[in-house]
Ligand binder design. Structure first.
Ligand code: GDP
Length: 403
């Protein structure tokens, strides 16, 4: 199960991740020993957040550990934490990555309560359609594990999340540092009668499979190996069998799947989420950006309505030229209309029918593309319903397609 951990800076994301890795024995012993030694030399207690830093360092030195994807396991299943915090471009990673997440942990410092980034991150979760949210109220040790304090912040967060149509599945009082209510119920909070963080995670549902939907396989690349042409890509929806009839969209070229190949081995069938190569019965000329489809075909259009989150510090005006990337497609586009813009922290509508968007504002916009592109609504097929906007090689916005 893919999860993201979000929350205001310093509320304890890194510490919680370090703790989750440590308590589930997911961290190499050598790394923990090293961190322990450094902490002792500095006369400090072991900081779990350092575990994450040292993983990051290791990643920078060589590629043994990838902190953009951190793994841990319970007896129930495996988890991947995508977009570990601490990365400079956390918000950007979150927007471009969170839509792959199936659940989120929103962490709030019980002393500080709901802060600006708590709200902003929650907003992004809701915008990306992430409904399975566990809230953890951290640093309970500092407030002497006080139930009254917990209940007060719990109420605030519920009130805010309800405005976003998010009902948290659990609200867990924790101390990431001390390990309270992480793997099992803590004796320090006998008044809390619900699940620990890991127990709560284990109750969540994995994403409904898109395998029963029509096939959507964006062509990422075409390789020529000897006289074979292999088309590669990730199946965003549907499944594919050998000998299936397929249609390339938008070119409308038709063929039949001759073989499905993964690392030079043949497969009879492949499902949503798999990255595969295919060969065809016919020697068609197709390029990156075409989508291999089955009926009913997706929409092709040069205009659609979307919600975008603007994350560049330079404002954007309507009609300015931008690059839109959706799956493997790429085209010039403009914001033709900004129907309304929203403050992503307070959720207030700032303006309607306006001319520009500024950093951290969410726009409900109409986008016009130069080339027609193949899209789906985000709620139907995420892989063809989300996109990023690039300006001068910098990702400046992420968005989801509404209609
Ligand atoms: P992040 O910015 O959200 O990743 O926050 P960190 O994990 O770096 O934590 C920020 C600070 O809060 C660090 O000094 C941590 O040691 C401290 N901290 C994190 N969790 C707890 C906790 O449960 N109790 C206490 N007392 N301090 C904590």
């Amino acid at each position: 199960m893919n999860i993201v951990i979000v929350g205001h800076v310093d509320h304890g994301k890194s510490t919680l991740i370090g703790r989750l890795l440590f308590d589930t024995n997911s961290i190499p012993k050598s790394i923990f020993e090293e961190v322990k030694q450094v902490c002792e030399e500095l006369g400090k207690k072991v900081e779990f957040a350092y575990l994450l830093d040292s993983l990051e360092e290791e990643r920078e030195q060589n590629v043994t550990v990838d902190t953009t994807q951190i793994f841990f396991k319970t007896s129930n299943r495996s988890y991947v934490i995508i977009d570990a915090p601490g990365h400079k471009e956390f918000l950007k990673n979150m927007i471009t990555g969170a839509s792959q997440a199936e659940a989120a942990i929103l962490i709030v410092d019980v002393n500080e309560g709901v802060q600006e980034q708590t709200k902003r991150h929650a907003y992004i979760l809701s915008m990306l359609g992430l409904k399975q949210v566990i809230v953890v109220l951290n640093k309970m040790d500092i407030v002497n594990y006080d139930k009254v304090k917990f209940n007060k912040i719990k109420e605030d967060i519920i009130k805010f999340l309800n405005k976003l149509n998010i009902t948290p599945k659990y609200i867990v009082p924790i101390s990431a540092i001390k390990g309270d209510n992480i793997t099992k119920k803590s004796k320090n909070m006998p008044w809390y009668n619900n699940l620990s963080v890991l127990e709560a995670l284990d109750t969540l549902n994995t994403k409904e499979t898109l395998s029963n939907k029509p096939l959507r396989l964006p062509v990422q690349d075409v390789y020529k190996i000897d006289d074979k042409r292999i088309l590669v890509g990730r199946i965003e929806a549907g499944k594919l069998r050998q000998y299936d009839d397929i249609i390339f969209f938008p070119s409308n070229k038709k063929s039949k799947i001759k073989s499905i190949e993964v690392w030079n081995k043949n497969k009879k069938e492949a499902q949503t989420g798999e990255s595969i190569g295919v060969t065809l019965n016919d020697p068609l000329f197709v390029q990156r950006s075409e989508i291999i489809c089955s009926h009913p075909l997706p929409k092709i259009t040069n205009k659609f309505e979307a919600n975008i989150f603007w994350m560049s510090n330079k404002l954007i005006n309507i009609n300015e030229k931008l690059i839109l990337k959706c799956a493997t497609q790429e085209t010039v586009c403009i914001l033709e209309k900004i129907k309304k813009k929203i403050n992503s922290s307070t959720l207030e509508i700032i303006d309607k029918n306006c001319d520009n968007l500024q950093e951290t504002e969410v726009g409900n916009v109409v986008i016009k593309t130069e080339k027609p592109i193949v899209i789906e609504k985000f709620i139907n097929v995420e892989g063809l319903g989300r996109f990023v906007i690039v300006k001068n090689d910098d990702t400046v916005a992420g968005g989801i397609i509404l209609k």
